[in-house]
Design a protein around this ligand. Sequence first.
Ligand code: UD1
Ligand code: CA
Length: 450
Amino acid sequence: MTARTCLTIVLAAGEGTRMRASRPKVLHTIAGKSLIGHVLAAVGEIGGAVAVVVGPAQGVVVRAADIALPAVEIFVQEERRGTAHAVLAARPALARGPSDVLVVFADTPLITARTLARLRETLASGADIAVLGFRPADASGYGRLIVDPTGALVAIREEKDASPDERRIALCNAGLMALSGRTALAILDRIGDDNAKREFYLTDAVAIAAGMGLATRALETEEDEVRGVNTQAQLAEAEAALQRRLRAAAHEAGVVMVAPDTVHLCADTKFGRDVTVEPYVVFGPGVTIEDGAVIRSFSHLEGARVGPGARVGPFARLRPGARLDADVHIGNFVEIKEARFAAGAKANHLAYIGDASVGAAANIGAGTITCNYDGHDKHRTEIGDGAFIGSNSALVAPVKIGERAYIGSGSVITRDVPADALALGRARQSVKEGWAARLRALLGTGRKPP
Ligand code: UD1
Ligand code: CA
Protein backbone atom coordinates (compact mmCIF):
# COMPACT_ATOMS: atom_id res chain seq x y z
CA MET A 1 0.00 0.00 0.00
CA THR A 2 1.34 3.43 -0.89
CA ALA A 3 1.56 6.05 1.85
CA ARG A 4 -1.34 8.50 2.05
CA THR A 5 -0.55 12.03 0.89
CA CYS A 6 -1.87 15.05 2.74
CA LEU A 7 -2.86 18.61 1.89
CA THR A 8 -3.47 20.96 4.80
CA ILE A 9 -5.43 24.12 4.03
CA VAL A 10 -4.99 26.88 6.60
CA LEU A 11 -7.73 29.51 6.50
CA ALA A 12 -6.51 32.99 7.35
CA ALA A 13 -8.60 35.28 5.18
CA GLY A 14 -11.18 36.34 7.76
CA GLU A 15 -11.34 40.02 8.60
CA GLY A 16 -11.15 39.50 12.33
CA THR A 17 -13.46 42.46 12.92
CA ARG A 18 -14.34 41.24 16.42
CA MET A 19 -10.72 41.93 17.49
CA ARG A 20 -11.29 45.68 16.93
CA ALA A 21 -7.66 46.00 15.91
CA SER A 22 -5.87 47.32 12.85
CA ARG A 23 -3.49 44.40 12.56
CA PRO A 24 -4.79 41.18 10.96
CA LYS A 25 -6.18 38.79 13.58
CA VAL A 26 -3.86 35.92 12.75
CA LEU A 27 -0.81 38.13 13.39
CA HIS A 28 -1.75 38.72 17.01
CA THR A 29 0.66 36.79 19.19
CA ILE A 30 0.53 34.40 22.11
CA ALA A 31 3.69 33.25 23.86
CA GLY A 32 5.64 35.50 21.52
CA LYS A 33 4.50 33.86 18.28
CA SER A 34 1.72 34.79 15.85
CA LEU A 35 -1.47 32.74 15.83
CA ILE A 36 -0.73 31.59 12.30
CA GLY A 37 2.87 30.81 13.33
CA HIS A 38 1.59 28.41 16.00
CA VAL A 39 -0.78 26.72 13.58
CA LEU A 40 1.90 26.35 10.91
CA ALA A 41 4.33 24.90 13.46
CA ALA A 42 1.83 22.10 14.25
CA VAL A 43 1.00 21.64 10.56
CA GLY A 44 4.70 21.52 9.68
CA GLU A 45 5.18 18.63 12.11
CA ILE A 46 2.78 16.37 10.26
CA GLY A 47 4.34 17.09 6.86
CA GLY A 48 2.70 17.08 3.45
CA ALA A 49 1.65 20.01 1.27
CA VAL A 50 0.39 23.18 2.95
CA ALA A 51 -1.86 25.85 1.43
CA VAL A 52 -2.61 29.12 3.21
CA VAL A 53 -5.68 31.11 2.18
CA VAL A 54 -5.37 34.85 2.81
CA GLY A 55 -7.55 37.84 2.05
CA PRO A 56 -6.75 40.43 -0.59
CA ALA A 57 -3.92 42.86 0.28
CA GLN A 58 -2.69 40.72 3.16
CA GLY A 59 1.00 40.79 2.27
CA VAL A 60 1.96 40.89 5.93
CA VAL A 61 0.13 37.63 6.57
CA VAL A 62 1.82 36.05 3.52
CA ARG A 63 5.24 37.09 4.83
CA ALA A 64 4.50 35.69 8.29
CA ALA A 65 3.34 32.40 6.75
CA ASP A 66 6.44 32.17 4.55
CA ILE A 67 8.71 32.70 7.53
CA ALA A 68 6.86 30.17 9.69
CA LEU A 69 6.86 27.46 7.02
CA PRO A 70 8.83 28.28 3.86
CA ALA A 71 7.16 25.70 1.59
CA VAL A 72 3.60 27.03 1.89
CA GLU A 73 1.56 27.75 -1.19
CA ILE A 74 -0.53 30.93 -0.92
CA PHE A 75 -4.06 31.36 -2.28
CA VAL A 76 -6.04 34.57 -2.16
CA GLN A 77 -9.74 34.55 -1.33
CA GLU A 78 -10.78 37.72 -3.14
CA GLU A 79 -14.13 38.08 -1.37
CA ARG A 80 -14.79 36.80 2.13
CA ARG A 81 -17.80 34.61 1.57
CA GLY A 82 -17.34 32.03 4.28
CA THR A 83 -15.14 29.14 5.34
CA ALA A 84 -16.13 26.75 2.52
CA HIS A 85 -15.60 29.51 -0.04
CA ALA A 86 -12.17 30.05 1.51
CA VAL A 87 -11.28 26.34 1.22
CA LEU A 88 -12.24 26.44 -2.45
CA ALA A 89 -9.79 29.29 -3.02
CA ALA A 90 -7.22 26.49 -2.80
CA ARG A 91 -8.98 24.51 -5.55
CA PRO A 92 -5.79 24.01 -7.65
CA ALA A 93 -4.16 22.29 -4.67
CA LEU A 94 -7.29 20.20 -4.00
CA ALA A 95 -7.42 19.21 -7.66
CA ARG A 96 -4.02 17.54 -7.34
CA GLY A 97 -5.87 14.77 -5.53
CA PRO A 98 -4.23 14.34 -2.11
CA SER A 99 -5.45 11.30 -0.14
CA ASP A 100 -6.24 13.44 2.92
CA VAL A 101 -7.37 17.05 3.14
CA LEU A 102 -7.09 18.78 6.49
CA VAL A 103 -8.75 22.16 7.01
CA VAL A 104 -7.48 24.16 9.96
CA PHE A 105 -8.22 27.71 11.04
CA ALA A 106 -5.35 30.12 11.60
CA ASP A 107 -7.29 31.54 14.56
CA THR A 108 -7.12 28.25 16.50
CA PRO A 109 -3.50 28.39 17.63
CA LEU A 110 -3.26 25.67 20.28
CA ILE A 111 -3.90 22.75 17.98
CA THR A 112 -1.30 19.97 18.19
CA ALA A 113 0.22 17.76 15.52
CA ARG A 114 -1.04 14.74 17.48
CA THR A 115 -4.66 15.72 16.99
CA LEU A 116 -4.10 16.44 13.29
CA ALA A 117 -2.65 12.94 13.03
CA ARG A 118 -5.72 11.47 14.81
CA LEU A 119 -8.00 13.13 12.24
CA ARG A 120 -5.95 11.61 9.43
CA GLU A 121 -6.09 8.18 11.08
CA THR A 122 -9.88 8.45 11.08
CA LEU A 123 -9.81 8.96 7.31
CA ALA A 124 -7.38 6.08 6.91
CA SER A 125 -9.80 3.85 8.80
CA GLY A 126 -12.59 4.60 6.31
CA ALA A 127 -14.27 7.90 7.18
CA ASP A 128 -14.96 10.41 4.40
CA ILE A 129 -15.20 13.32 6.82
CA ALA A 130 -13.85 13.61 10.34
CA VAL A 131 -14.72 16.63 12.49
CA LEU A 132 -13.07 17.66 15.72
CA GLY A 133 -15.50 18.41 18.55
CA PHE A 134 -15.08 19.70 22.08
CA ARG A 135 -17.23 20.74 25.03
CA PRO A 136 -16.44 24.36 25.89
CA ALA A 137 -17.39 25.91 29.21
CA ASP A 138 -19.12 28.66 27.21
CA ALA A 139 -20.44 27.45 23.85
CA SER A 140 -21.49 30.83 22.51
CA GLY A 141 -20.31 31.51 18.98
CA TYR A 142 -19.43 27.91 18.17
CA GLY A 143 -21.23 25.59 15.76
CA ARG A 144 -22.98 22.60 17.39
CA LEU A 145 -22.41 18.97 16.34
CA ILE A 146 -25.73 17.25 15.66
CA VAL A 147 -25.45 13.55 16.38
CA ASP A 148 -28.36 11.16 15.61
CA PRO A 149 -29.65 8.53 18.10
CA THR A 150 -27.25 5.94 16.62
CA GLY A 151 -24.33 8.20 17.46
CA ALA A 152 -23.62 9.18 13.84
CA LEU A 153 -22.68 12.79 13.08
CA VAL A 154 -25.38 14.16 10.77
CA ALA A 155 -24.78 17.92 10.66
CA ILE A 156 -23.11 20.95 12.16
CA ARG A 157 -25.40 23.85 12.97
CA GLU A 158 -23.95 27.35 13.21
CA GLU A 159 -25.18 29.15 16.31
CA LYS A 160 -26.91 31.88 14.30
CA ASP A 161 -28.96 29.21 12.50
CA ALA A 162 -29.58 26.91 15.46
CA SER A 163 -32.93 26.30 17.19
CA PRO A 164 -33.12 26.84 20.96
CA ASP A 165 -32.91 23.05 21.42
CA GLU A 166 -29.85 22.79 19.20
CA ARG A 167 -28.18 25.61 21.10
CA ARG A 168 -28.37 23.47 24.24
CA ILE A 169 -26.05 20.88 22.64
CA ALA A 170 -22.75 20.85 24.53
CA LEU A 171 -20.63 19.28 21.79
CA CYS A 172 -19.23 22.05 19.59
CA ASN A 173 -17.30 22.30 16.37
CA ALA A 174 -13.62 23.05 16.96
CA GLY A 175 -13.27 24.12 13.35
CA LEU A 176 -10.90 21.38 12.25
CA MET A 177 -12.08 19.04 9.58
CA ALA A 178 -10.48 16.21 7.66
CA LEU A 179 -11.92 15.20 4.29
CA SER A 180 -11.03 12.30 2.11
CA GLY A 181 -9.42 13.66 -1.07
CA ARG A 182 -11.60 11.32 -3.14
CA THR A 183 -14.81 13.13 -2.26
CA ALA A 184 -13.70 16.52 -0.93
CA LEU A 185 -14.32 18.60 -4.06
CA ALA A 186 -17.65 16.93 -4.80
CA ILE A 187 -18.86 17.82 -1.31
CA LEU A 188 -17.43 21.34 -1.23
CA ASP A 189 -18.94 22.24 -4.59
CA ARG A 190 -22.43 21.44 -3.27
CA ILE A 191 -22.27 23.87 -0.36
CA GLY A 192 -24.60 26.85 -0.76
CA ASP A 193 -25.14 30.10 1.14
CA ASP A 194 -28.73 29.64 2.33
CA ASN A 195 -28.20 30.66 5.97
CA ALA A 196 -28.34 33.58 8.41
CA LYS A 197 -25.01 35.06 7.28
CA ARG A 198 -25.39 34.30 3.57
CA GLU A 199 -22.01 32.64 3.67
CA PHE A 200 -20.69 29.37 2.29
CA TYR A 201 -20.20 27.41 5.52
CA LEU A 202 -17.62 24.64 5.57
CA THR A 203 -19.70 23.10 8.33
CA ASP A 204 -22.43 22.25 5.78
CA ALA A 205 -20.03 19.66 4.36
CA VAL A 206 -21.16 17.24 7.07
CA ALA A 207 -24.90 17.22 6.22
CA ILE A 208 -24.07 17.04 2.51
CA ALA A 209 -21.73 14.09 3.02
CA ALA A 210 -24.26 12.33 5.24
CA GLY A 211 -26.88 12.90 2.54
CA MET A 212 -24.54 11.35 -0.03
CA GLY A 213 -24.31 8.26 2.17
CA LEU A 214 -20.68 8.94 3.07
CA ALA A 215 -19.13 8.09 6.42
CA THR A 216 -18.93 11.05 8.82
CA ARG A 217 -17.20 10.85 12.18
CA ALA A 218 -16.62 13.17 15.13
CA LEU A 219 -13.57 13.05 17.39
CA GLU A 220 -13.27 14.91 20.68
CA THR A 221 -10.54 16.90 22.27
CA GLU A 222 -9.96 19.23 25.23
CA GLU A 223 -11.15 22.81 25.10
CA ASP A 224 -7.65 24.16 25.69
CA GLU A 225 -6.43 22.69 22.43
CA VAL A 226 -9.05 24.28 20.21
CA ARG A 227 -9.86 27.66 21.70
CA GLY A 228 -10.73 29.90 18.79
CA VAL A 229 -9.55 33.49 18.93
CA ASN A 230 -12.17 35.98 17.74
CA THR A 231 -11.89 38.68 20.43
CA GLN A 232 -9.19 40.22 22.61
CA ALA A 233 -10.65 38.36 25.60
CA GLN A 234 -10.33 35.03 23.76
CA LEU A 235 -6.76 35.95 22.79
CA ALA A 236 -5.99 36.34 26.50
CA GLU A 237 -7.66 32.99 27.26
CA ALA A 238 -5.61 31.26 24.56
CA GLU A 239 -2.48 32.89 25.99
CA ALA A 240 -3.34 31.59 29.47
CA ALA A 241 -3.92 28.06 28.16
CA LEU A 242 -0.64 28.10 26.25
CA GLN A 243 1.24 29.45 29.28
CA ARG A 244 -0.10 26.52 31.33
CA ARG A 245 1.14 24.13 28.67
CA LEU A 246 4.60 25.76 28.44
CA ARG A 247 5.02 25.89 32.23
CA ALA A 248 4.07 22.23 32.51
CA ALA A 249 6.71 21.41 29.87
CA ALA A 250 9.32 23.46 31.78
CA HIS A 251 8.50 21.62 35.00
CA GLU A 252 8.68 18.34 33.09
CA ALA A 253 12.18 19.36 31.95
CA GLY A 254 13.23 19.94 35.57
CA VAL A 255 13.08 23.74 35.79
CA VAL A 256 12.65 24.87 39.39
CA MET A 257 9.77 27.32 39.22
CA VAL A 258 7.84 27.55 42.45
CA ALA A 259 5.36 30.22 41.36
CA PRO A 260 4.69 29.14 37.77
CA ASP A 261 1.59 31.30 37.39
CA THR A 262 3.74 34.40 37.66
CA VAL A 263 6.27 33.37 35.01
CA HIS A 264 5.56 34.30 31.40
CA LEU A 265 7.20 32.06 28.83
CA CYS A 266 7.57 32.11 25.07
CA ALA A 267 6.96 29.20 22.75
CA ASP A 268 10.70 29.12 21.98
CA THR A 269 12.13 29.58 25.51
CA LYS A 270 14.84 26.95 26.06
CA PHE A 271 16.04 25.66 29.42
CA GLY A 272 19.04 23.50 30.32
CA ARG A 273 19.23 21.32 33.42
CA ASP A 274 18.97 22.59 36.99
CA VAL A 275 17.71 26.01 36.02
CA THR A 276 15.85 28.08 38.61
CA VAL A 277 13.32 30.72 37.66
CA GLU A 278 12.07 32.82 40.56
CA PRO A 279 8.58 34.36 40.67
CA TYR A 280 7.62 37.17 38.29
CA VAL A 281 9.96 36.70 35.37
CA VAL A 282 9.05 37.51 31.76
CA PHE A 283 10.67 35.65 28.88
CA GLY A 284 10.24 37.29 25.48
CA PRO A 285 11.11 35.50 22.23
CA GLY A 286 14.52 33.93 21.61
CA VAL A 287 15.78 33.17 25.11
CA THR A 288 18.05 30.25 26.04
CA ILE A 289 18.94 29.54 29.66
CA GLU A 290 21.78 27.08 30.11
CA ASP A 291 22.47 24.57 32.88
CA GLY A 292 22.38 25.73 36.46
CA ALA A 293 21.54 29.36 35.73
CA VAL A 294 19.31 31.31 38.11
CA ILE A 295 16.89 33.97 36.91
CA ARG A 296 15.75 36.02 39.86
CA SER A 297 12.45 37.82 40.31
CA PHE A 298 11.17 40.68 38.17
CA SER A 299 13.66 40.17 35.37
CA HIS A 300 12.72 40.68 31.70
CA LEU A 301 14.64 38.79 29.01
CA GLU A 302 14.33 38.69 25.23
CA GLY A 303 16.72 37.52 22.50
CA ALA A 304 19.25 36.58 25.17
CA ARG A 305 21.48 33.63 26.04
CA VAL A 306 22.32 33.03 29.69
CA GLY A 307 25.31 30.74 30.15
CA PRO A 308 25.81 27.93 32.63
CA GLY A 309 25.78 28.94 36.27
CA ALA A 310 25.06 32.58 35.47
CA ARG A 311 22.84 34.69 37.76
CA VAL A 312 20.47 37.32 36.49
CA GLY A 313 18.38 39.75 38.53
CA PRO A 314 16.39 40.53 40.51
CA PHE A 315 15.14 43.40 38.32
CA ALA A 316 17.50 42.81 35.39
CA ARG A 317 16.71 43.48 31.75
CA LEU A 318 18.37 41.45 29.01
CA ARG A 319 17.54 42.80 25.58
CA PRO A 320 18.22 41.20 22.18
CA GLY A 321 21.84 40.26 21.65
CA ALA A 322 22.68 39.85 25.35
CA ARG A 323 25.11 36.90 25.65
CA LEU A 324 26.26 35.85 29.09
CA ASP A 325 28.97 33.20 29.37
CA ALA A 326 29.46 30.89 32.35
CA ASP A 327 29.05 32.27 35.87
CA VAL A 328 28.34 35.85 34.82
CA HIS A 329 26.45 37.89 37.43
CA ILE A 330 23.97 40.53 36.33
CA GLY A 331 22.27 42.30 39.21
CA ASN A 332 19.44 44.72 39.85
CA PHE A 333 18.60 47.49 37.42
CA VAL A 334 21.18 46.44 34.87
CA GLU A 335 20.17 46.65 31.21
CA ILE A 336 22.15 44.78 28.57
CA LYS A 337 21.70 45.00 24.80
CA GLU A 338 23.88 43.51 22.01
CA ALA A 339 26.64 42.78 24.46
CA ARG A 340 28.64 39.74 25.38
CA PHE A 341 29.90 39.13 28.89
CA ALA A 342 32.75 36.59 29.03
CA ALA A 343 32.97 34.04 31.84
CA GLY A 344 32.81 35.37 35.36
CA ALA A 345 32.23 39.01 34.41
CA LYS A 346 29.96 40.99 36.75
CA ALA A 347 27.66 43.98 36.56
CA ASN A 348 25.87 43.86 39.85
CA HIS A 349 23.91 47.11 39.99
CA LEU A 350 22.49 50.00 37.99
CA ALA A 351 24.21 49.92 34.61
CA TYR A 352 23.54 50.13 30.87
CA ILE A 353 25.84 48.04 28.72
CA GLY A 354 24.99 48.17 25.01
CA ASP A 355 26.93 47.27 21.84
CA ALA A 356 29.81 46.02 23.93
CA SER A 357 32.06 43.13 24.81
CA VAL A 358 33.07 42.62 28.41
CA GLY A 359 36.12 40.45 29.12
CA ALA A 360 36.34 37.50 31.46
CA ALA A 361 36.10 38.39 35.16
CA ALA A 362 35.78 42.11 34.40
CA ASN A 363 33.87 44.11 36.99
CA ILE A 364 31.41 46.79 35.94
CA GLY A 365 30.70 49.20 38.81
CA ALA A 366 27.31 50.61 39.76
CA GLY A 367 26.14 53.37 37.48
CA THR A 368 28.35 52.49 34.50
CA ILE A 369 26.94 53.59 31.18
CA THR A 370 28.20 52.70 27.72
CA CYS A 371 27.39 55.81 25.68
CA ASN A 372 26.84 53.83 22.50
CA TYR A 373 24.65 56.20 20.52
CA ASP A 374 25.64 59.60 19.20
CA GLY A 375 22.19 60.44 17.92
CA HIS A 376 23.06 59.02 14.52
CA ASP A 377 25.11 55.82 14.79
CA LYS A 378 25.74 53.09 17.35
CA HIS A 379 29.34 52.50 18.44
CA ARG A 380 31.06 49.67 20.30
CA THR A 381 32.74 49.53 23.66
CA GLU A 382 35.34 46.82 24.27
CA ILE A 383 36.32 46.04 27.82
CA GLY A 384 39.27 43.67 28.33
CA ASP A 385 39.59 40.67 30.64
CA GLY A 386 39.88 41.58 34.30
CA ALA A 387 39.21 45.30 33.78
CA PHE A 388 37.65 47.23 36.65
CA ILE A 389 35.21 49.98 35.74
CA GLY A 390 34.69 52.31 38.72
CA SER A 391 31.19 53.34 39.68
CA ASN A 392 29.35 55.98 37.72
CA SER A 393 31.63 55.93 34.71
CA ALA A 394 30.54 56.94 31.24
CA LEU A 395 32.37 55.02 28.49
CA VAL A 396 31.91 57.09 25.33
CA ALA A 397 32.01 54.69 22.39
CA PRO A 398 33.82 53.82 20.25
CA VAL A 399 36.31 53.08 23.01
CA LYS A 400 38.51 50.21 24.23
CA ILE A 401 39.49 49.52 27.82
CA GLY A 402 42.58 47.29 28.00
CA GLU A 403 42.94 44.13 30.04
CA ARG A 404 43.19 44.65 33.81
CA ALA A 405 42.90 48.44 33.41
CA TYR A 406 41.17 50.52 36.10
CA ILE A 407 38.74 53.31 35.42
CA GLY A 408 38.41 55.74 38.33
CA SER A 409 34.87 56.29 39.59
CA GLY A 410 32.89 59.03 37.95
CA SER A 411 35.09 59.14 34.86
CA VAL A 412 33.96 60.12 31.40
CA ILE A 413 36.21 58.01 29.15
CA THR A 414 36.51 59.22 25.57
CA ARG A 415 39.86 57.71 24.55
CA ASP A 416 41.20 54.13 24.59
CA VAL A 417 42.84 52.98 27.81
CA PRO A 418 45.86 50.65 27.58
CA ALA A 419 46.13 47.36 29.50
CA ASP A 420 47.09 47.67 33.18
CA ALA A 421 46.61 51.47 33.19
CA LEU A 422 44.50 53.68 35.46
CA ALA A 423 42.34 56.21 33.64
CA LEU A 424 40.69 59.16 35.36
CA GLY A 425 38.43 61.51 33.48
CA ARG A 426 36.75 63.73 36.05
CA ALA A 427 37.15 67.18 37.59
CA ARG A 428 39.85 67.36 40.25
CA GLN A 429 38.40 67.74 43.74
CA SER A 430 39.08 71.04 45.50
CA VAL A 431 38.79 71.53 49.28
CA LYS A 432 38.31 74.93 50.94
CA GLU A 433 39.35 74.58 54.57
CA GLY A 434 37.00 76.27 57.09
CA TRP A 435 34.51 77.37 54.40
CA ALA A 436 31.47 75.82 56.04
CA ALA A 437 32.27 77.28 59.46
CA ARG A 438 32.67 80.77 57.95
CA LEU A 439 29.30 80.38 56.21
CA ARG A 440 27.54 79.53 59.44
CA ALA A 441 29.12 82.52 61.22
CA LEU A 442 27.87 84.85 58.48
CA LEU A 443 24.31 83.52 58.34
CA GLY A 444 21.82 86.08 59.60
CA THR A 445 24.25 89.02 59.26
CA GLY A 446 22.79 89.92 55.86
CA ARG A 447 26.30 89.87 54.34
CA LYS A 448 27.11 87.77 51.30
CA PRO A 449 28.65 84.34 52.03
CA PRO A 450 32.33 83.92 51.10
C1 UD1 B 1 -16.10 28.70 12.84
C2 UD1 B 1 -17.07 27.56 12.51
C3 UD1 B 1 -17.78 27.12 13.78
C4 UD1 B 1 -16.76 26.69 14.80
C5 UD1 B 1 -15.71 27.78 15.04
C6 UD1 B 1 -14.56 27.22 15.85
C7 UD1 B 1 -17.86 27.84 10.21
C8 UD1 B 1 -18.97 28.33 9.34
N1 UD1 B 1 -18.02 28.03 11.52
O1 UD1 B 1 -16.86 29.82 13.30
O2 UD1 B 1 -18.67 26.05 13.51
O3 UD1 B 1 -17.39 26.34 16.00
O4 UD1 B 1 -15.15 28.25 13.80
O5 UD1 B 1 -13.62 28.19 16.18
O6 UD1 B 1 -16.92 27.26 9.70
N2 UD1 B 1 -12.10 32.56 7.10
C9 UD1 B 1 -11.66 32.78 5.80
N3 UD1 B 1 -12.52 33.29 4.87
C10 UD1 B 1 -13.81 33.58 5.16
C11 UD1 B 1 -14.26 33.35 6.48
C12 UD1 B 1 -13.40 32.84 7.42
O7 UD1 B 1 -10.49 32.52 5.51
O8 UD1 B 1 -14.52 34.02 4.25
C13 UD1 B 1 -11.17 32.01 8.09
C14 UD1 B 1 -10.88 32.96 9.24
O9 UD1 B 1 -9.70 33.71 9.00
C15 UD1 B 1 -10.68 32.01 10.42
C16 UD1 B 1 -11.51 30.81 10.04
O10 UD1 B 1 -11.76 30.88 8.66
O11 UD1 B 1 -9.32 31.60 10.53
C17 UD1 B 1 -12.83 30.74 10.83
O12 UD1 B 1 -13.62 31.87 10.55
P1 UD1 B 1 -14.41 32.62 11.67
O13 UD1 B 1 -15.17 33.73 11.04
O14 UD1 B 1 -13.54 32.95 12.82
O15 UD1 B 1 -15.47 31.47 12.07
P2 UD1 B 1 -16.23 31.30 13.46
O16 UD1 B 1 -17.38 32.24 13.48
O17 UD1 B 1 -15.30 31.35 14.57
CA1 CA C 1 -13.10 31.83 14.71
